[in-house]
Design a protein around this ligand. Structure first.
Ligand code: DAK
Length: 258
């Protein structure tokens, strides 16, 4: 499959990577780009040889947001009738973990897409923000919700109401990102984490991701019941039998992902 706005590759065994490639527009997220991202991620998700995915941009820009030139002149009804950014990046359909490898600008929809991933690895130059307020609009792809849950209300308000940007170090301190690494290392860090995930039982990985994500949608009691259900499903897997046997026999487990 050849794409116009993205590069797709496998930088390590079991790892699928999608790189946004609209350099002149700092990877502004136009509709065809988002369609390509969605198609490529869904293809990796359905590929038994892939255990984890990386979504990234360039060193200069992860993504500077939704394409303002595309949105200019659009009416509410135009927007209503369009599939939204986040629907185009259909996280709900991705059962495999996705790591955002972020360098440079991650603004507006770019920040929102990074936050929709399961983890964020940032380069020291990464800059996170929701500058929609400067355009007379508000975040529309999860920013008011995901950012607030990640960094807390006080800081989230400042970021969204006054266009305060967060450096990588600040983002790490406030729990928005997993790791910060030098510019020439952040991609290797992201690939390393993705490889660690891809080498595990994909049954257990899928059930874990699913249960963690339910935290945001359930009460504690409901979440605990959901976790228990997934735990019992894992207990029925061949990988559970193999994992425990391998531990007792002091050898490496051979996962079959069944
Ligand atoms: N859209 C379109 N083009 C962009 C862009 C963007 N978001 N960001 C940058 N570019 C383009 C610039 O127009 C410029 O192109 P030319 O004029 O040269 O053709 C090129 O990229 C380089 O940009 P600059 O010349 O501005 O570069 P600087 O280094 O001076 O500044 C910057 C970099 C990132 C600080 C600046 O470009 C900037 O402020 N960009 C805009 C950032 C922004 O406001 N982002 C939020 C966009 S609103 C939705 C859900 C969510 C959303 C939409 C819909 N639905 C549910 C339907 C999300 C909305 C947003 O993300």
């Amino acid at each position: 499959m050849s794409y116009k706005y993205i590069f797709v590759d496998r930088p390590a065994e079991g790892v699928g990577r999608v790189r946004l490639n609209r350099p002149k527009a700092l990877n502004a997220l136009n509709s065809p780009l988002m369609d390509e991202v969605n198609e490529a991620m869904l293809a990796f998700n359905g590929d038994a040889g892939i255990g984890a995915m990386i979504l990234t941009g360039s060193d200069k820009a992860f993504a500077a947001g939704a394409d303002i030139k595309e949105m200019d002149g659009k009416t509410p009804i135009d927007m209503l009738m369009t599939v939204s950014l986040i629907e185009r990046f259909d996280m709900k359909q991705l059962s495999k973990p996705v790591i955002a490898a972020v360098s440079g600008y991650a603004l507006g929809g770019g920040c929102e897409i990074a936050m929709a991933c399961d983890m964020i690895v940032a380069s020291e130059t990464a800059l996170f923000g929701q500058p929609e307020i400067n355009l007379g609009i508000i975040p529309g792809a999860g920013g008011t919700q995901r950012l607030t849950r990640a960094v807390g209300k006080a800081l989230a308000m400042e970021i969204m109401l006054s266009d305060r940007k967060l450096t990588a170090e600040e983002a790490l301190r406030h729990g928005l990102v997993n790791r910060v690494a030098p510019l020439d290392e952040y991609m290797d860090v992201a690939i390393g984490i993705a490889q660690k995930i891809a080498r595990r039982s994909q049954v257990a990985i899928r059930l874990t991701k699913d249960a963690v994500n339910k935290t945001y949608e359930m009460t504690l009691e409901e979440g605990l019941a959901y976790e228990r259900r997934n735990f019992l499903v894992a207990f029925g897997s061949e990988d559970k039998a193999e994992g425990m046997r391998a531990f007792i026999e002091k050898r490496r487990a051979e996962w079959t992902n069944r």
